[in-house]
Design a protein around this ligand. Sequence first.
Ligand code: B12
Ligand code: SF4
Ligand code: SF4
Length: 267
Amino acid sequence: MDDLQKLRIILNDAGIADFGIAPMPLRLLAGSKKEPPTGSKTVIVCLFPYLVPMTDRNVARFAVVADYHRVIGDIFETVIPAIKQTFGCEVTHYADNSPFDEVELAVEAGLGYRSMNSMLMTERYGNYVFIGELVTDYGFTPSKKRVGGMSVCAGCRRCIAACPKRALSKDGVDKPNCLSYISQRKSEPSESDAALLKQSGLIWGCDICTDVCPQNRFAEPSSIPGFTKDAIPVIEYDDIDLLLPGRVFSWRGSDVVKRNWKIVNEG
Ligand code: B12
Ligand code: SF4
Ligand code: SF4
């Protein structure tokens, strides 16, 4: 059995169906204060689909499911001992909190391509995947890059046209202008931004540039129990404090979430 087959068994057993291998990135994310462990050679990049069926919601899809940092961290904790033992290597895990451009890394690992809305586009799950990484000092053979779909993407530009803040361009996302960022910021949104938040109906995050994308129409739903069993699409004001510890907005504290709830429901 070769390395990849052994790895596949370990990851599949933990419910990680899609993964690829990328060489260690040469560049770190601009402004990142973290350093990857010395001697790191390859990154096992894993996909965690998060789309769950729902009729109504007041948070973006990534916030409907339980905090993905915790869910992915828990899954990684279950596979790391077996990877260490099988390959005799060191492993460090990340999801969202890495010093890498994770979309770029997933593209390098052959998991998809960067679509015009600036996210990773995958064949099975569209944009609705989180990306998690296992950084190792083992020399796994890097995966081949997959090509596909890009011609569809280049011709459409619906995401760019639909963005209410005109925050998308061929150069990526203009972060301070993105409604997702604005919803997560401590500082009060301007009157016009508050009006856009109200219009979106979401108290956390923004899904407009993914929801309009024709390539996301047939995205497969998640089968990760940590996401499917604890999905809460509509968050009521009185539940915000209670729910906070397990949701993706916990790092920001309840005041900002409550402020947004009021903007959307009362403002
Ligand atoms: C900071 C951050 C944000 C910020 C800023 C986003 C940004 N892109 O800068 C804010 C708060 C706005 C945000 C929002 C969201 N985020 Co975010 N975010 C991150 C984080 C932590 C860093 C991103 C970053 O700074 N990248 C580097 C910069 C330079 O990337 P960039 O601005 O896109 O620039 C690149 C492109 O221009 C690219 N490029 C080159 N050629 C081309 C061509 C084209 C056409 C384009 C578009 C780009 C492009 O080159 C540049 C350099 O690499 C990553 C995790 C990580 N460590 O990577 C998650 C991450 C990107 N976010 C994620 C998610 C889920 C979201 C949201 C969907 C959440 C939501 N529903 O509200 C939105 C989507 C907004 C969007 N359209 O991208 C996921 C995306 C998963 C996926 N399928 O791609 C990530 C990977 C987290 C994870 N581990 O799953 N995010
Ligand atoms: S909406 Fe069109 S241009 Fe934007 S990511 Fe989807 S296919 Fe690409
Ligand atoms: S997440 Fe919303 S505001 Fe941000 S780029 Fe996409 S559509 Fe624009």
